[in-house]
Design a protein around this ligand. Structure first.
Ligand code: SAH
Ligand code: SF4
Ligand code: F3S
Length: 375
């Protein structure tokens, strides 16, 4: 071990995809002779692996960067890096390098260019490359000795009108089936037994005619694998084949996370979700018919532009009717580049907060009731 190893601390924000990316970053940095610290105190370099999905997530990162008051070398990495690009340097002069999610494999090389504190050669931004090299998935480093997240597809091409993900993560790309299976088998040989397959819309997975359900079957059959889960599903692409796989594959988690977003057909259309409330309900009915002991979770956005009281009530009514075991409820946040951001953010902040609180309370009651009934 060299005594002059650069010390790095990684702060992670956002979805499971980012949890996995932070691991990937840690894996490649360690492979290249960097030391990844458990906390920020001893680190010279802080990597913020960031999320842009709501403004609040970004604000938190800017305020944390500010809290270091120039005492560390700061890297802005992940979705915010792609969102801000070189504007990040204008926003905060303490940001030393900006690296988008498709370029994280360049981090060892970028860090090597950093001179001792205060002698930064220049600020770097690397956000150009759309495809990640496959090798980054094979460092063999996972935070948890028993469980691994495995990316099956990157990016998203659905362009839900409120969502920044297609802009910061690029279009949908699928990893090759063999590469996914190789990664999982290597992790099993390391002693990992539980796996979660990740993608923004797993149901649309396709590699040379090989689809998501077929992938589930092959992964389920791997020797040494004990538990398997996946997310996120999209109501426009999930269907009977996936539900039957959930019923039949003994290692597969029976929980289905199926984001509804809104119960109003007009709002769903404005959101560009590709389904209406009736189709969503029909899908759930199928799931419940096929998977007897399943459980269901969802995501809801309140206060989408032009959402009326009546439409908000339609969302509440549908939540009651369906009875989700759990729901993640978000206040609409306008995001740069998105279609919805061109609309007036018409629901006042206070009203959004009111609707948010109302659905949180409603869902809490439903979740508790279902828990009591052991459902
Ligand atoms: N691909 C997944 C997850 C996307 S982000 C999916 O389609 O479900 C996770 C959740 O964040 C979304 O389901 C949505 O409910 C919420 N979200 C995304 N953009 C948002 C925005 N601009 N404002 C508020 N919530 C948002
Ligand atoms: Fe965003 Fe929609 Fe893609 Fe999910 S499916 S990541 S909400 S654009
Ligand atoms: Fe995930 Fe946030 Fe990026 S939800 S894909 S980390 S914008």
């Amino acid at each position: 071990m060299k005594a002059d190893k650069k010390k790095v601390f990684i702060r992670s924000f956002g979805c499971q995809m980012n949890v996995r990316d932070s691991e990937i970053i840690q894996g490649i940095l360690q492979k290249n002779g960097y030391s990844v610290c458990e906390n920020d105190q001893n680190a010279e370099i802080i990597i913020f692996n960031t999320c842009s999905v709501r403004k609040q997530a970004e604000d938190r990162v800017w305020s944390l960067i500010g809290s270091y008051k120039g005492s560390k070398i700061i890297g802005l990495v992940g979705c915010m890096a792609q969102n801000y690009k070189d504007k990040a340097f204008l926003r905060d002069e303490d940001v030393s390098f900006v690296v988008g999610p498709q370029d994280i494999h360049k981090l060892p090389e970028i860090l090597a260019r950093i001179q001792p504190k205060g002698l930064l050669e220049r600020k770097i931004w690397e956000v150009d490359n759309l495809n990640r090299p496959e090798e980054i998935y094979h460092t063999g480093f996972y935070q948890n000795p028993n469980h691994a997240y495995v990316v099956i597809s990157e990016g998203c091409s659905n362009f839900c009108s409120y969502c920044v993900v297609p802009y910061v993560r690029g279009p949908l790309r699928h990893r090759q089936k063999e590469k996914i299976l190789n990664e999982i088998e290597a992790a099993i040989s390391q002693g990992i037994t539980s796996f979660t397959l990740l993608g923004q819309n797993v149901n649309s997975y396709l590699d040379d005619g090989f689809n998501f359900t077929e992938l589930l079957k092959e992964v389920n059959a791997l020797k040494g694998l004990k538990k398997l889960g996946f997310f996120t599903s999209h109501p426009k692409d999930a269907g009977i084949a996936t539900f039957k796989a959930i019923r039949d594959l003994e290692k597969l988690d029976k929980t289905l996370h199926l984001p509804l977003q809104s119960g109003s057909d007009r709002v769903l259309k404005l959101m560009n979700r590709g389904y209406n409330s009736k189709e969503y309900v029909a899908l759930i009915e199928n799931y419940r018919k096929i998977v007897k002991d399943g459980s269901l979770t969802t995501d809801i956005i309140v206060g989408f532009p032009t959402e009326t009281d009546k439409e908000f009530k339609e969302t509440c009514d549908l939540i009651k009717k369906i009875g989700f075991n759990a729901a993640y409820i978000f206040k609409y946040s306008p995001r740069p580049q998105t279609e919805a951001a061109k609309m007036v953010d018409s629901v006042e902040r206070q009203e959004k907060e009111k609707r948010h609180k109302y659905v949180l309370d409603l869902q809490r009651k439903i979740s508790n009731k279902l828990k009591k009934e052991n459902k």
